[in-house]
Design a protein around this ligand. Sequence first.
Ligand code: UDX
Length: 448
Amino acid sequence: MNSRPKKIVCIGAGYVGGPTMAVIAARCPDVQVMVLDLNAERIAAWNSDNLPVFEPGLREIVRQVRGRNLHFHPQAQGVSALAEADVVFISVQTPTKTTGEGAGKASDLQYVEACALLIAEHARGHTIVVEKSTMPVRAAERIQQILSTTQAGSTFAVLSNPEFLAEGTAIRDLEHPDRVLIGGEDPAAVAALKSIYASWVSPEKILTTGLWSAELSKLAANAFLAQRVSSINSLSALCEKTGAEVSEVAKVVGADSRIGPKFLQASVGFGGSCFQKDLLSLIYLCEHYALPEVAAYWQGVVDINEWQKRRFAEAVQQASVNRRVAVLGLAFKKDTNDFRESASLSVCRRLLQSGLEVIAYDPRVDGQRFAAELASPSHFSIATTAAQALAGAGAVAVLTEWDEFRSIPWATAKLSPGAVICDGRNIVDRLAVQQAGYGLRVIGSAVP
Ligand code: UDX
């Protein structure tokens, strides 16, 4: 089959599945798109005005296409659609395994395997099955194996089509991608999926590769991005010792067109649901294929990130003039309410462990949900404004680069006298802090 698919089903209505299907539905009005999820509450939210994912532009697109050619259904009710689907996307979570072989590193494929089983059971005729979730290399083999257990005589082609969107810019990334990647061994299936993206992406940006290359490319892209952050973060420590400014170094290094300026912003450490998970998955694969040197190389990227978070927490601890620390920012980056693997989680845990009291403010993160992730939340509280968090604090830890933290009125902040502001994002107005008479420590800078 190389004709244009008419019916698409996506299993998984999360950060990737929901926005991706919304954009496909908007750009391909001739294609019916159905999104299924085991979580009926999440589906209800997709069908409401209060979408479960906040992304600029998403609401407008969903309003435009929902009920037209985009439909959200709980899995139990919508599963029969698999029989008629030309293409089924698997877009479910692949978290790091917590138990069994590879625990702490390997990706847990149980949700993907459950999808493959469901497809094997319900699909009819010929179906293209697309890995949208980030998978370890050769995961498609396992999917193919499960699909082959079908009792209905159905046939399948498995493709890898990893998603490169970043949170906060999902719609822009989907509408104007740097590239779309389709990996597969079946030319007709590749052409069919390509015809969907070709509705709005120019052909030279649609890259086709073998299946294993596509699976590895997604892990590799995230590993490279994370490696850039760890590289600049490693140098941030050297800058602090030598008097060099990390932002100046990053600017000069990034001006080389072979290197480029992006992902060279020193920070308290990268977070988010992807970088660490994908690095660990890559490391596990290298170990599995007996490549300890390669595993050690990428492990270094993870280690620097852990070290960066730890040394920042220690600096805050040492700087504080009393037991009360104000934390500004819980999200793993600005413009999202997501705090998965955020540097804040790690820094807050350390501060609490060392017996400090933490009062935190974030403009978007649900503080109660954040607190639930802390082992000892009894000395953790949430402020509803930055000013409230700052009152009486002996140290301030700036952990997310929210715009409002760039212009905190330090002169009127009621910090404890002699309090020290520890800027983990290099965004604080240095002059304003100095004029207010507080101490300042900035990641990657020896100033003041
Ligand atoms: C990432 C990839 O960018 C995306 O392509 C992939 O599909 C999913 O993973 P995301 O996790 O949404 O996207 O966030 P991203 O914007 O990449 O930032 C990741 C982390 O790195 C954040 O904590 C961010 O603050 C940090 N970061 C990023 C830095 O510390 N410095 C930088 O220069 C860039």
